[in-house]
Structures are given as structure tokens and as C-alpha cells.
Design a protein around this ligand. Sequence first.
Ligand code: ADP
Length: 321
Amino acid sequence: MSNILEVKGIKKRYKDFEAVKGIDLFVKEGEIFGFLGPNGAGKSTTINMLSTIIKPSEGTARINGFDNVTEKNKVRASIGLIFQESTLDEKLTANENLMLHCKFYGIDKDKREARIQEVLQIVDLTDKRKNIVETFSGGMKRRLEIARGLLHYPKVLFLDEPTVGLDPQTRAHIWEYILKLKEKAGITIFLTTHYMDEAEICDRVAVMDHGELIALDTPEQLKTNVGGDIIAISTENNQDAKQLIEQTYNTEVKLEQGILTFQVDKGSEFLVNFVKEFDIPITSVNLRRPTLNDVFLHLTGREIREESASSKDKMKRTMRG
Ligand code: ADP
């Protein structure tokens, strides 16, 4: 499989602040590639550089074989973009929005009708074609944006936080469409997210923090690299239990919201003896495989908190109703 996207040493400086500190990566044709990181990590800045919206301070990026600084227009013709903020004209119908995009991208007049029908079908909006966008739900608007991003048959679709501000059910739906796209259109998808479950769906994930890539692999391999299983327990005296576990098993224990969490090698074998031998009464036990949140915690000592979305996200959520 060939590389549809190649990035070498890409940086973005704002005065003396480096938002992106030099990134190298490649994306294979047909992959779903995810950028996972907390708010402020530099994900949007990177996607903006790759999609020619802002110019890198240093480094190069090639998409579909074209340089994203010297061959900007060819890159633009090769990509579809779906931003965090809606860029639909809400006073127009779905059809009018799509038609405008066809004109903007110079799609031949005789091809427009078929393309519009095709993309509306992918996102299940065929029967809403003549409706004014203002009347659409948040999820429908996102779907229409995805449809619009596909009209000119891009090789790579960039999605910046594709489901931020949407309720869990709608998020799941949007994902169904994205996965359908991969199958039907054979398109390469590059997305940013701070949701763990979205990163799980990706073929490969680049973990970003403070403008740097701190890991890049398949979700499975990233989790395997954490090593071992995660044990979460609560006891009748969590403070003493924390100390006792740390001393006895030489492992770091985190106490949060009444739950003690730590990592061990073979979780189920460990638990059999632990439950029998532990001196402080245990009130609940849970054993699980590491998640991508554990990956981030393992790499940085911090968690990506999905619930503590930035004020930017909260504002968007309110605006999208
Ligand atoms: P993310 O998408 O991961 O939330 P961003 O790429 O939006 O992160 O931002 C990365 C960092 O760069 C943040 O600290 C942000 O404040 C800073 N930043 C982004 N755009 C600008 C700008 N135009 N001028 C100065 N700083 C910026």
C-alpha cells in the first residue's frame, strides 16, 4: 500500500511559542488515521497545516504526491475538509449547499446531479435534499458536511473533531457513516479527536501532547505497550489500602473517586490470591485490559479528560443545541 500522506519535520511557531514541535509521519492509502490528544495538544494546528489552511514554519508535507506549500491547489483538490465549526449556509437547502460546492470545485455541470445523489445516499439524507439546513438537527448537519466534503471525490478526508458537541447516539451514527465511507469510497481518513472510543476505531493512532507525537501505533499495540492488566478496587479503608498495595506489590496506586487503580502482570491470576490474602476488607473488584486513556496516562502521567472539554467545545455544544 502506498503512502497518500507524508509529513517530515513539520512545525508551527506563534512568536516564541511552538504549537507543533516537529512531526514526522506517513499515512497509507485507505487508512483511518487518528490524532489523539487533550485540548491544546496541537491537533487542529497540524490538521490546518496539512490541509493548506496555515503555512508550516518549518518542514514539509506531501499529500497525494503534491507539496502542501508549493502545490497548494493540487493538494486542495485532493482533500475534503470537515471542520469543528459548521461552514454550511443555514439559510439554503441541502441541495443548494451541495450545488455551491460543486461550482466552487469546478465539478462538470453534467456530473453534478449524480454526485449529489451519490453523497446524499451515503449519509442517508436523500429525502432531506430540498429542506433548509436551519431545520436540521446537529447530527444531520454533520452528515451533510461529510457529504459535501466527498463531492469532489477527495483522496483524503480531514475531519477535525468530527463528533464534538453531538450526543452519544448521534456520535455513534456519524461513525457508522465514516466507516461506510472507508468501505464504499476507499477513501483515506485523517481525524483528530480527544475521545478514546473514536481513537479505538482508527487503524493507527498518533498520540499528541504539547505539540509533539509521543506515540504512534495501532490502538491494540499502544495498549499492549502499557503492559499488564488494570485492577480497580474499593475497600473499607482506601488510604491504608493504597499504602499497603504499594508496599506489598511494589506498584503505583492511584486513588480517585473512591477507587484504587493499579497495574499488574497477569490480572486474573493476581486477583485470586489478592482477594484471599488482602487484610483490608474489599468492597468491589474490577479487572480490565488497558484502554487508550491508560496509554495516555502511562505516557504522560495525566489523563485525557473527555468530560472536561474546553470552553471552546462547550460553547460549540451550546450553539449546536
Ligand atoms: P488542539 O487542536 O489539540 O486542541 P490547537 O492546535 O488548537 O490544539 O492548539 C495548540 C496550541 O497552539 C494551543 O496552546 C493554542 O493556544 C495555540 N494556538 C493555536 N492557534 C494559535 C494562534 N493563531 N496564535 C497563537 N497560539 C495559537
